[in-house]
Design a protein around this ligand. Structure first.
Ligand code: SF4
Length: 437
């Protein structure tokens, strides 16, 4: 790195970090308040979450000055890249952030103007729009030196990352994961391990250094620890009243998605678990008068988190379990730091979206029992076809076999143009009536 770049990098990031620390320090000294008669105050950990996310994007702004940058899909074997000191950007997370900032219509519109259809996933449209226009709520995204796409979530990412590769003229590595109907076969496992092994010399060349086996074990260990803590935090939702809702989980999940393999992520979730346990010890429920408990299936509706949280809390309803947030913890037992390649391949083969619909139904049925649920909301996500497939059958079977009301709610995780406020409110009101007293 040249002296000038070095100066820009250290000045920019250090000043930025100091400002973020100050903001957090101020926020932590103010009693957290939520303008709600129905909800407990926000978790005290929230200012720290904001700081982590802001710091991540601040570092991204200057990353091209001093590190290699990889853009990766959410289910990619990122531990390998972390061990090689890549700055890792998750376009899906960036698009989710655009969703909460309510700028998807504007940014995705840039992609639509050049011909990308509104039928394409809004995450892809948002990031392609950001790529074409430079628009982003985080200031600036670094250019990728490497693109890594893993097909364990959908096939959209394959086409999306080809577009990115062409635009940035950057190498694209694809890890292809065969679909798993029940359990992974030895052949499927060997196929993914081999792809990960073949990826090593490619990413070493871009990183300009050799992969250190001990460092890979360490990043894998940190990934596993953070995932285990996340799993424990979600399991605390089994308590009555539930100390946190899925809306808290949606807000607090950014580090487990985009900061896996970092020590500070482990510290962060350990602190969050302590706070949640303190709430339990003090009998604090996130919904002040919890009388019903629900399941959420599929991605969140990022631009309506507050509206939905308030809507349900006002009716004494806590949404306490989610197949989506669970996906970031449930693979923890498969990860073995002593065998990072093989166990990594196994874990990355098994995400919920790479498995048969029967797997998700079985998970939801288990959650209904374990979390003592009174009903389920299945978000039929216009963008995410692989997550939404089979939901009509799943809804019917939850109603029939678990004897709970279940609602199919049509929307989109990122694009507010697929969300009809009035229609959603009417459907939710009818559903709440079905839950009874
Ligand atoms: S289609 Fe679904 S899994 Fe694929 S990128 Fe979009 S939200 Fe993610």
């Amino acid at each position: 790195m040249s002296v000038a770049n070095s100066f820009r990098y250290y000045t920019g990031t250090n000043l930025g970090r100091a400002a973020l620390r100050l903001n957090r320090w101020r926020a932590e000294r103010t009693t957290p308040r939520r303008k709600s008669d129905y909800l407990a105050p926000p978790l005290k950990i929230s200012p720290r979450t904001k700081e982590l996310i802001a710091r991540h994007y601040l570092e991204g702004r200057y990353a091209n000055l001093h590190r290699k940058v990889a853009w990766v899909t959410s289910g990619a074997p990122v531990e390998l890249l972390k061990a090689l000191d890549f700055y890792v950007l998750y376009p899906e997370n960036h698009a989710a952030l655009c969703g909460t900032a309510r700028v998807v219509e504007d940014i995705a519109g840039e992609a639509e103007r050049v011909g990308y259809s509104q039928d394409i996933c809004s995450y892809a449209r948002t990031d392609i729009g950001a790529m074409l226009s430079g628009k982003t709520p985080v200031g600036r995204l670094p250019k990728p030196d490497l693109l890594l796409a893993c097909t364990n979530i959908c096939q959209t990412v394959l086409n999306w990352y080809r577009v990115l590769a062409q635009h940035f003229n950057a190498p694209l590595v694809v890890i292809d994961t065969p679909f798993i109907y029940t359990e992974a076969t030895d052949h499927a496992l060997a196929y993914v391990v081999r792809q990960m092994e073949e990826m090593v010399p490619v990413v070493e060349r871009i990183a300009g250094k050799k992969l250190d086996a001990r460092k890979l074990q360490e990043t894998t260990r940190l990934s596993k620890l953070a995932s285990e803590l996340w799993l424990e935090i979600m399991a605390r939702g089994k308590h009555r009243p539930a100390p946190l809702s899925v809306f808290d989980q949606f807000i607090q999940m950014a580090p487990i998605v985009e900061m896996r393999g970092d020590a500070f992520t482990v510290d962060f979730y350990a602190a969050m678990l302590r706070e949640v346990d303190t709430r339990i010890a003090n009998g604090i429920g996130v919904v002040k008068n919890e009388r019903k408990r629900l399941l959420w299936d599929n991605l969140p509706i990022w631009y309506r988190l507050r509206y939905l949280g308030e809507f349900f809390a006002a009716r004494g309803i806590s949404i306490v379990a989610s197949t989506y947030t669970n996906a970031w913890g449930e693979l923890a037992p498969l990860i073995d730091p002593a065998r990072p390649m093989e166990s990594g391949a196994r874990a990355y083969l098994h995400p919920i979206l790479n498995r048969g619909t029967g797997y998700k139904l079985a998970m939801m049925k288990r959650m209904v029992v374990d979390y003592q649920l009174d009903g389920a909301i299945l978000h039929s996500d216009r963008s995410c076809k692989p997550y939404s497939i089979g939901q009509i059958d799943q809804r019917d079977r939850l109603q029939r076999e678990q004897n709970i009301p279940a609602l199919l709610l049509e929307a989109d995780h990122g694009d507010p143009r697929a969300f009809s406020e009035e229609q959603v409110a009417n459907r939710l009101e009818t559903f709440v009536e079905m839950l009874g007293d």
